[in-house]
Design a protein around this ligand. Sequence first.
Ligand code: SF4
Length: 380
Amino acid sequence: MTSALSRHHFAIEALADYDQTLLLGRKYSTGRECFPFIVTTGDFLRKIEEPGFDPDKAAFFMPLASGPCRFGQYSHIHRVFLDRLGHKQVAVISPTSANSYADIGGASLKLRIRAWQALVATDILQKLLHETRPYEVNQGDTDRVYKKALAKLTEAVEKGKNLVRLMKQIAEEFKQIKIDRRERKPIIGIVGEIFMRNNRFSNDNVIRRVEALGGEAWLAPISEWIYYTTQRYKEDSAAERKYRDLLKAILQEKVQRYYEHRLEKPVKKLLLNNEEPRTTEVLQYSAPYMHFSFGGEAILTIGKAVDYIRKGASGIINVMPFSCMPGTVVAIVSKRFREDFNGIPWLNASYDGQEDASMLVRLEAFMHQARQYRDKRRFG
Ligand code: SF4
């Protein structure tokens, strides 16, 4: 399957239409599963029900991760659903975090490099969006430029165009947006579970809500997770004396850094949050709160929160699915964390797809505290 993937061209579609899919996902789950599982199951089912869906030409992508939570089960249960629905021929492609997703695209190094560049470029675009939009003079300018840039990026990835050159163009387009940044708004770091923090339907548009309440939201990048899996691949290979794998992991990290550096360079001056810490740094930041062997998203959430505070954040939102295991661990640790950072405002925001009016009230109170924290920081 994987070698076939590397030899042919495939039409790939991102499934993300929350409004319709949540109901479908709920129909096929007991309600006790993790929220991202329910949403992604609904996405798969909606695709299957679409007119023209051809099971002989379809495959779903659901990666695997080992670690202290339920994510490793998703693709197995999706397999069971597909079988029960009579779609045994539909593959579930599940590269694993254990080798930092080395199986993506089979032997195609080119595809992996392309995918990495696309991912980093998307993270950068999001940074440009989130650091510009709160200051735009003409409402809607930033969204317009962002959407255009994203469309260009998608096309460039599909056609194999030079992404560094494109980032230079995109930087120029963002520079043209009229902004008023005489006063920097309170910066809020959005950390937490990777699916929820990135899926605006699932997190009730938390970034827009922060902006509407007078803040600037910084979203932890997706590349953070890939770097982390590379780091773990390196450490695990060394521990198990698998030197070939160790070498692969070292080279992989070098290649990742190389492309990240090249893609970041054209936009660096436009961003305050313009450099990602190394995974080892993030792990050091989280070490006082969690042993590194705990692994996974909890450790990154804490480490990233420290990074954001060092860069000037005045508040942290830990976005998590309701009853998320790593998210709950972070919520417990957050009390001590706040004490160590002069009582920095911290909101543990858990979502389950239901409307929650109390969350808005909590968010308003949180933003008020963040403004006070920012002022205290500024004026001592
Ligand atoms: S990170 Fe949380 S929501 Fe995601 S699979 Fe693990 S326990 Fe579930």
